[in-house]
Write a protein that binds this ligand. Structure first.
Ligand code: NDP
Ligand code: 2IT
Length: 460
């Protein structure tokens, strides 16, 4: 490049950064108190500079200003009666964020921490995650600040029925297809489905995913997010000449994603030594017995502490963040957002961590990611790593539409292919935009360009 060209390029980069800052300032102004949403948008915009430098069309069409604003945000009251006969009221949400490439698709979260900010950060991430899967699904998310802990089965049922009574107005198999997330599993999906069926008077199997097998659920959906996480990390390790065999792994959480990530990692020869719930974590030097974890969490709906009843050598520690102080080769945060900050990341680094894969959504802060990336730790970002769940949901929708069911092996084989494709898309996009090996940038760019190009094709 000549000096003049150098100067022009630097000026152009400055302008692009100014544009991205301008977009972020609008988001901040519109959503001043939404900490998690702003965090997700900021991290995402940071990745996009090279795309905007190379492709002026995205600025010309102002596509980013549209992508950061939900197409629709629905907030509603959820009244329900508890077992004592008292009226309780919670707040329900559904964000229909972007429908460029398909109907809105994304989970429902029931947790007391749920707020507009949490739902919007999750819905925003979902747009690009869904795009990465290569399936025709747009981005959405929903949930409630309802706390399922300590509630009876009947209370859960009444809550789900009331929640669906309102939500049903906005969803449908070709409109918006919810699924599970934290606090929403097969039981809740069953009650939600039953209520939708009663209200619509029709059997729309494809209105929800994560269903039970007897009414349109897909084999392999339960395992898909956890298995997919391991398939992605396996690719990352393979490229670095490594594998799960003989590696020590720490996984946070002990819910759906965590359990099946542990199961697959163990099958590939890893020694998983720790997992957690929101009260504390267990450490089993001999390697965690996954069947015991399943019994404790899936069958008995108990706390992870109960693992010690069958494994006397294991240890239990109160509090969550201490889990990242356990030496490991691979760390898989699979519980919730912002589990790993700078401090936890440094602790993992000191203990020699080689790879980190985000099974949960946004479990690492941007400071933590920087610690990993600047110190040569392989890092797989959530929207790519945990995309196996929604990908299998899309396979469930395909089976529902064609009224057939695939075997576990068929679904699992498709899932493996999808995860490999996602990994390759991230690697390719990162390299094409001069950030080889940076899978955060790769995932954001690959997810974004597909959606943005489609939006331009659709016009205003
Ligand atoms: P589950 O409800 O099955 O399990 C969540 C686990 O994380 C539990 O062990 C829970 O502990 C723990 N946890 C939840 N909130 C907190 C918190 N604030 N602090 C500490 N621990 C917490 O949820 P999933 O496994 O489905 O989801 C886990 C993560 O994976 C979430 O980030 C979700 O968005 C993401 N994800 C889920 C997908 C899916 O298909 N289910 C797909 C893609 C991503 P406790 O029991 O004590 O609450
Ligand atoms: O975060 C996620 O991708 C999910 N909770 C799964 C969404 C889905 O529609 O299966």
């Amino acid at each position: 490049m000549t000096q003049t060209e150098d100067y022009a390029a630097a000026q152009h980069e400055k302008e692009v950064k100014k544009y991205l800052d301008h977009i972020f300032s609008i988001v901040k102004q519109r959503n001043p108190h939404e900490k998690e949403f702003l965090q997700a948008v900021k991290m995402f915009l940071h990745s996009l500079t090279p795309v905007f430098i190379k492709n002026p069309k995205y600025i010309q069409h102002n596509v980013l200003a549209r992508i950061v604003e939900p197409e629709r945000m629905i907030t509603f009251q959820v009244p329900w009666v508890d077992d004592k006969g008292n009226m309780q009221v919670n707040r329900g949400y559904r964000v229909q964020f972007n429908s460029a490439i398909g109907p809105y698709k994304g989970g429902l979260r029931f947790h007391p921490s749920v707020s507009a900010s949490i739902i919007k950060f999750l819905g925003f991430e979902q747009i690009f995650k869904n795009s990465l899967t290569g399936q025709a699904i747009g981005g959405g998310k929903g949930g409630s600040d309802f706390d399922p802990k300590g509630k009876s089965d009947n209370e859960i049922m009444r809550f789900c029925q009331s929640f669906m009574t309102e939500l049903a107005k906005y969803i449908g198999p070709d409109i918006d297809i919810p699924a599970g997330d934290i606090g929403v599993g097969k039981r809740e999906i069953g009650y939600l489905f039953g209520q939708y069926k009663r209200m619509s008077g029709q059997y729309h199997a494809g209105v929800l995913t994560g269903k039970g097998l007897s009414y349109g659920g897909s084999l392999g959906r339960t395992e898909a997010t956890g298995y997919g996480t391991i398939y992605f990390v396996e690719e990352m390790l393979k490229d670095a000449g490594l594998s799960f065999k003989g590696r020590t792994v720490v996984v946070s959480g002990s819910g759906n994603v965590s359990i099946y990530a542990m199961e697959k990692a163990i099958r590939l020869g890893a020694r998983v030594v720790a997992c957690s719930d929101s009260d504390g974590y267990i450490y089993d030097e001999n390697g965690i017995n996954i069947e015991t974890v399943k019994k404790v969490k899936e069958e008995n709906n108990d706390r992870i502490h109960a693992y010690l009843k069958e494994h006397k050598d294991a240890k239990y520690f109160s509090g969550c963040s201490g889990i990242w102080g356990i030496p490991c080769d691979v760390a898989l945060p699979c519980a919730t957002q912002n589990e790993i900050g700078r401090e936890e990341a440094n602790q993992l680094l000191i203990n020699g961590v080689q790879a980190v894969g985000e099974g949960a959504n946004m479990p690492c802060t941007s400071e933590a990611i920087q610690v990993f990336q600047t110190n040569g730790v392989l890092f797989g970002p959530a929207k790519a790593v945990n995309a196996g769940g929604v990908a299998a949901s899309s396979l469930e929708m395909a089976q529902n539409s064609s009224r057939i069911s695939w075997s576990f092996e068929e679904v699992d084989t498709k899932l493996q292919e999808i995860m490999k494709n996602i990994y390759n898309s991230c690697v390719t996009a990162a390299a094409a935009y001069n950030h080889p090996g940076n899978l955060v940038i790769g995932a954001d760019i690959a997810g974004f360009t597909n959606v943005a190009d489609t939006m331009i094709e659709h016009g205003a």
